[in-house]
Design a protein. Sequence first.
Length: 396
Amino acid sequence: MSETPRRTQVAIIGGGPAGLLLALILNRAGVDCVVLERRSREYVLSRIRAGVLEQGTTDLLRLAGVGARMDREGLIHDGFDIAWRGEVLHIDLRELSGGKTVMVYGQTEVTHDLYDALDAAGVPVIHEAEDATPEAIESDTPSVSFRTRSGGEQRIECDFIAGCDGYHGVCRQTIPKDRIETFEREYPFGWLGVLVRKPPIQEELVYAHHARGFALCSLRSPQLSRYYIQCRNGDDVKNWTDEAFFDELQTRLPDSIAANLQRGPSIEKSIAPLRSFVAEPMRYGRLFLAGDAAHIVPPTGAKGLNLAVSDIHYLSRGLVAHYQERDSGLLDRYSEDALARVWKAERFSWWFTSMIHRFEDDGGFGQRIQEAEFDFLASSRAAQTALAENYVGLPF
Ligand code: FAS
Ligand code: PHB
C-alpha cells in the first residue's frame, strides 16, 4: 500500500460510484486526487443497489475508459412494462424517446470496474479511513483529517474536497446549518428486495401496481433476477421467508406474468427506506457535495445512481477547467447546474412513486387519482413520451 500523500489537489471523501468515478475522470485529466473510503473494499463491493443505467451514464463511463465489460455483459433494454388491474402497458422507450435506451448493469459491477481502473491508474483509494473530517473548508487551504489502523492519525492538505460520502456521510453535516437548506419527503413504505440466481420472469422490467402494494421485477443478468415488493415502514427482513416473499410477489403480478416466475433461494435480501431529499447549495467554500451526499430519490425511477453520475459530470468538468485552463467559471456554476437536473429527477421519481405505490392513508380520492393517472398514461402518447424521456435520462 503506497504511503498516503500529505497533499493532493482534490480530496474525495467516499468510495461509492460518485467518488470513484470522480477520481478516475480527474486522474485521466492529470488532476491529483485521493479517495478516502470508510469501509473495506469487500464491504463496498458487497452492496446490492442500482440496476438501470441511463444513456448519459453509460456514455460517461465509456468516456472514462470503464465501459468495456459493461458493453460486453450489460443488457440494452428498449422498454419496460407497467402492470395495472391485470392489464400490461408496454412503454417503448426507444420509440418514444427518439432512439434512446437504458442499460441493465448492476451498480456493483460499475463499482468493480471503477476500482479496477483506479488500481491500474495507481490512484490512491484509502479504505477503512475512519473519521474523515473536512477542515478549513471556508479557507483556500482546506484539509481532511482521518485515521487508519496502519497509519494512525493523518491529514491530507488539498485545494478542494469532494463530499461523495452518501446520505449518512459527514460532509453535508460539516456545512453550517444556516448555510444549507434541505427539502425532504419520506414515504410511508419501503422496498423489500431479493436477489435470486434464476432467470428473470421476463426479459424487460415489470413495474406492478396492486391493491396489496407495488412490485418490481428486474434483473442483473439472464441468470440473476432482482425482485422488490413494497413493504411497511419498519418491516423487518426476518419477517419474510423466501416463500412468503415469492407468494406476495406472485399475488401482485398479472397471472400472465406471474406464471413465468422461477423461485429460488435468495442470495441477498434487504429492505431500503424510500425518501426524496435535496440539500441546497451543493457547495460551501472549497467543499462540493455530489451524489447521495446531496440528494436522495425513491428508487422507482432508477435515478439515484444516474444522478450521482451527472453530478460528477458537472463537478469534474468544473475542476478540470479550473486546473487546465485556470478558469473557475464552471466550478462556480456547479451547484446551479447540478441542482437543475437533480430537481427534474426528483420530480419524476416522486411522480412515478406516487402513481404506482399503495398509499394506505390516501383514501378513496388518492386511489381514484392514481387510477386516473394510469388511465391517462395508457391513453396518451404525450404522457408516455414524457415518462420515456425521464426514464432514459434527461440531457446533462
Ligand atoms: P454511496 O452511498 O453509494 O457511496 C458513499 C460512500 O461513502 C460509501 O461507500 C460509504 O461507505 C462512504 N462513506 C460514508 N461516510 C463516510 C465517511 N465519513 N468517510 C469516508 N467514507 C464514507 N439507486 C437506483 O438508481 N436504483 C436502485 O435500485 C437503488 N437501490 C438502492 C438501495 C439501497 C439500500 C440504497 C442505500 C441506495 C439505492 N440506490 C438505488 C441509490 C444508490 O444507488 C445511490 O444513488 C448511489 O449509491 C449513489 O452513489 P454515491 O453518491 O457514490 O453514494
Ligand atoms: C434494480 O434492478 O435494482 C432496479 C431497477 C429499476 C428500478 C429500481 C431498481 O426503478
